[in-house]
Design a protein around this ligand. Structure first.
Ligand code: ATP
Ligand code: MG
Length: 509
């Protein structure tokens, strides 16, 4: 576990100029958990203008004191967020502090952070330059060992500044608000969703008082912009345990204000083909999408594919039907994703997947024409994701086998019809060219000639030149139909060979 050179350099520069500087927030948490930090944040006593002076290659484009410094590290440039100590004043709208105030001490800065595990700082003593500061905030331990974490940092001494028992909560795997949870959520209601997000990303529980405060005040999330909600939702969905995340959103009551449509499926039974209720089936499908590391579009489609089943249900278990739920489901998915300000392209893709998730793949029912229609409807570029969605759907229904024979068979037919690897279309000449050159009229003979030419080109691809092919067509035209047919033997063999390879690829007979 290493702290990047550029980060140490930034700390050193700030200190040389007489300011205090600490690594803070998520990266300290991740270092202690031996996870790779996503980004590096520094908190400092320097004001934004002072930070900018120290780092000429930097920019400052917000009101919150965060200067982004660009520091070279070997061949790369790393962007490091350097933020002036802040404290937050009164909040009246549950999302923005009325005014951002600079703070004097690290302690004040740590106090305004959301959760104990995110409210730790780390001080690094650069080799010989100076000893570790006595923290103005708190007596903290010294030396190369943080509480029970046995963290080794090469050629560095460091100290963890942990004013709210974040290290204990890391050990106990708890997400706990700093200070009074209700007050903290009233300052910024998005923190309630962040609690869920960290719980799933780290596989932690939400501490009881913190959880209760979310449950009581979930409706505050309505004050938060859809974009910020979307970004947290994406992180939850892209985590390793998004099913747990959706379930936590539901249990805390947040889901009602984010995706209420999902709640309509809670406790709603299906039919003899399904052992799970609609809601459970949807989050299980999502779970398998995450287990298989599928992309965001497939995960969203897995979560939404049956979202309109409650509205289309006719009859009762075991004979209920859900006619048209795929069409209506696509509409619901569009509505939900538009409301949450997802990008247009992604919405279109998810809608296509939901709309087509019922595609037929019984071997007796799959015709080449049907497969061509499916490809045209869905777009070849979406076919792999549609198959992934079907895999999630199956696994989420409790089927043990993700990719049964008939699905592999469909994949085989799709590739066969989409690639059409061996065809007269490969030739640098077409039927019209032949009719012109040979002065013959349309008829089966054109096909025979083309196939005879293809046979020769397959034997020697260099022959695939228009001039040569025309010349050869004239010679071949002297042969009878029967003789021509014999010449196309090569094409047949080659097609069979390619087909065998394709069949082996998908394990079908
Ligand atoms: P990630 O691993 O996703 O980057 P992170 O903990 O670093 O997680 P960031 O959103 O990058 O989260 O924020 C960095 C730090 O800033 C947090 O660790 C936390 O201390 C503080 N912070 C961020 N957002 C909030 C917030 N809404 N309320 C209070 N503190 C916050
Ligand atoms: Mg971060």
């Amino acid at each position: 576990m290493r702290i990047p050179k550029s980060v140490k350099y930034a700390l050193q520069k700030l200190e040389e100029n007489g300011f205090d500087a600490y690594i803070v927030g998520g990266c300290v948490r991740d270092l202690l958990l031996k996870r790779r930090p996503k980004d590096w944040d520094i908190a400092t006593s320097a004001k934004p203008e002072q930070i900018q002076k120290i780092f000429p290659d930097s920019f400052y484009q917000n009101k919150f004191g965060t200067v982004t410094a660009r520091i070279k590290e070997r061949k790369n440039i790393r962007e490091i967020q350097i933020t002036t100590y802040r404290k937050e004043t009164k909040y009246t709208d549950k999302r923005h502090p009325d005014k951002v105030k600079w703070a004097k001490t690290l302690k004040e800065d740590l106090k305004r952070r959301d959760f104990t595990i995110n409210a730790m700082a780390m001080e690094i003593a650069q080799n010989t330059k100076r000893p570790l500061r006595r923290s103005e905030a708190h007596p903290v331990e010294l030396g190369g060992k943080a509480q029970g974490h046995n963290l080794k940092l090469k050629a560095n001494k460091f100290r963890i500044i942990d004013l709210f028992n974040g290290q204990q909560d890391l050990k106990d795997k708890l997400i706990r608000a700093v200070g009074n949870p209700k007050d903290r959520f009233s300052e910024d209601a998005l923190r309630m969703m962040r609690a869920v997000r960290f719980a799933v990303e780290l596989n932690f529980d939400i501490e009881k008082n913190t959880f209760n405060a979310i449950e009581k005040n979930a409706y505050w999330i309505q004050a938060i912009s859809k974009e910020r909600i979307r970004d947290e939702l994406i992180k939850i969905i892209m985590s390793d345990k998004p099913d747990k995340g959706i379930e936590l959103l539901r249990k805390t009551g947040l889901l009602t204000y984010i995706i209420p449509e999902l709640e309509n499926g809670v406790g709603v039974s299906q039919n003899r083909h399904h052992i799970y209720t609609i809601y459970t089936h949807l989050i299980l499908s999502l779970k398998y999408a995450a287990l298989r590391k599928y992309n965001l579009a497939v995960r969203l489609a897995a979560l939404f594919h049956d979202i309109a089943k409650p509205q289309t249900k006719k009859g009762e278990w075991p004979d209920a039907t859900f006619y048209n739920h795929d069409v209506l489901g696509a509409k619901f998915a569009i509505k939900i994703l538009q409301r949450l300000k997802f990008p247009k392209k992604l919405i279109e893709k998810v809608a296509i997947l939901v709309r087509n998730h019922m595609f037929v793949y019984d071997i007796e029912k799959v015709s080449e024409a049907g497969v061509r229609r499916l490809i045209r409807r869905v777009g070849m570029e979406n076919i792999p994701d549609l198959i992934k969605l079907r895999i999630c759907d199956r696994l989420g229904s409790g089927c043990p086998k993700a990719v049964p024979y008939k699905l592999r068979h469909l994949q085989y037919v799709i590739e066969r019809v989409s690639k059409d690897p061996i065809s007269v279309k490969m030739l640098n000449i077409n039927g019209n060219d032949i009719m012109d050159a040979l002065k013959i009229s349309p008829g089966p003979r054109i096909g025979l000639l083309l196939n005879a030419l293809l046979s020769e080109v397959l034997e020697n691809p260099k022959r695939n030149k228009k001039e040569y092919l025309i010349k050869r067509a004239k010679e071949l035209n002297k042969l009878s139909d029967k003789q021509l047919k014999e010449l196309t033997q090569k094409v047949k063999e080659k097609k069979e060979e390619v087909d065998m390879e394709l069949k082996q690829k998908y394990w079908v007979k």
